[in-house]
Design a protein around this ligand. Structure first.
Ligand SMILES: [Zn+2]
Length: 159
């Protein structure tokens, strides 16, 4: 599990190099570099050394801390590149679950576009189906916003 970082260590009105940011937060500089490369941490410009605005870094860490708190929702996948759960606007059903067998759905990280697979059981599949109306096996389906954690008891299976 990635550790929780303290955004209060960052001063809003100064800029940080990758090295300084890493030192201030007590993390490896590669982690900061990864945030810039894959996780959308803004930098001042593309000139080296990269500079990160304190206010951006503060916001980034706050968001990061919040994101770690919530578990993967139905439309979310764990991205192995970002090393955190990301939502996916496109979800592909790879294997249609039958009976109590497990199905596989595929999504794409909305930050770095890395493909991520997730196993779902039939219950989750029904939630997905009731949320989306109807879906086709191997079809492209769209999930908007965050996942609804409620189990839809009113779901009627047409079969
Ligand atoms: Zn990602």
């Amino acid at each position: 599990m990635p550790k929780r970082l303290n955004p209060n260590r960052i001063k809003k009105y100064r800029s940080y190099t990758i090295q300084e940011a890493a030192y201030t937060l007590d993390i490896h500089k590669n982690t900061v570099a990864r945030w810039i490369k894959y996780d959308g941490l803004p930098i001042v410009d593309n000139k080296r050394p990269y500079l990160i605005r304190g206010t951006d870094l503060k916001t980034f860490i706050r968001n990061r801390n919040t994101e770690h708190k919530k578990p993967c929702g139905l439309g979310e996948f764990f991205c192995c590149k970002c090393r955190q759960s990301r939502s996916s606007s496109q979800v592909f059903v790879e294997v249609y679950p039958t009976d109590n067998r497990t199905g596989v759905i595929t999504g794409f990280c909305n930050v770095c576009s890395t493909k991520a697979n997730k196993f779902i059981n039939q219950q989750q599949f029904k939630q997905l189906k009731s949320k989306l109306g109807s879906i086709l096996p191997m079809g492209e389906i769209h999930i908007d916003g965050g996942a609804d954690p409620r189990v839809n008891g009113a779901f009627k299976d047409g079969e």
